[in-house]
Design a protein around this ligand. Sequence first.
Ligand code: GLN
Length: 252
Amino acid sequence: MKKLLAVLMALTLVLAFAACTKQPADTVDETQKTLIMGTNAAFPPYEFVADDGSFAGIDVEIAQAVAEKLGMKLEIKDMEFNSLISAVQGGSIDIALAGMTVTDERKESVNFSDTYAKGVQVVIVKEDSAIATVDDLDGKTIGVQAGTTGDIYCTDDYGQENVKQFNNGALAIQALLNGQVDCVVIDNEPAKAFVAANEGLKILDTSYADEDYAAAIAKENTELLDNFNKALAELKADGTIDKIVEKYINAD
Ligand code: GLN
């Protein structure tokens, strides 16, 4: 009996010691395992603030699924689209997921992950607008989201004096409804969401540009880039990405 007690006590001591030595490592891990995603949550269905105040959308769910695969906790920082690249570069966010188009110019500042969706720049006008195609945009006042590809293309094609920048799509749409701009150039899925949510608007049939969306990651953080791409490939292969997209975009 005494012998058994001694063995039990020794075992307890060993276990207690093991627990003690394990704890600090766990604690350190916890603090390291947060993936900070930056986005502009005014870009439905890719990112928006849901009725309950939480972040929702395709990018949010993809980031959540990737973080889960990497054993990380996802934290989301909402900011202006135009601040995302410098936030990635400065390290205040690990990754930007914001329906962000891969462009050569942005590639000079950040690395892009493999692409996970296609975007199209479209033109939104009022239902009774005289603008019928992209060719009618000359000399018109065009609303865009500052720093987006829509902004860059329109400024190049129609001149800065004809382009009005807004901090997000919702504000650009408001300006269109108020008559401050004649049209808004924006990505097709947010365009559909804005037109559905506001009376009297339509999307022109002719589109303006085709693009690829990807996540932006700091140049020096190649480990996260590799891990993100690996997780993304697995999520594409097992149908998770398709399922997320179908949840937010009707296939019609
Ligand atoms: N796809 C566009 C871009 O990357 C717009 C993205 C956005 O407004 N969130 O510039």
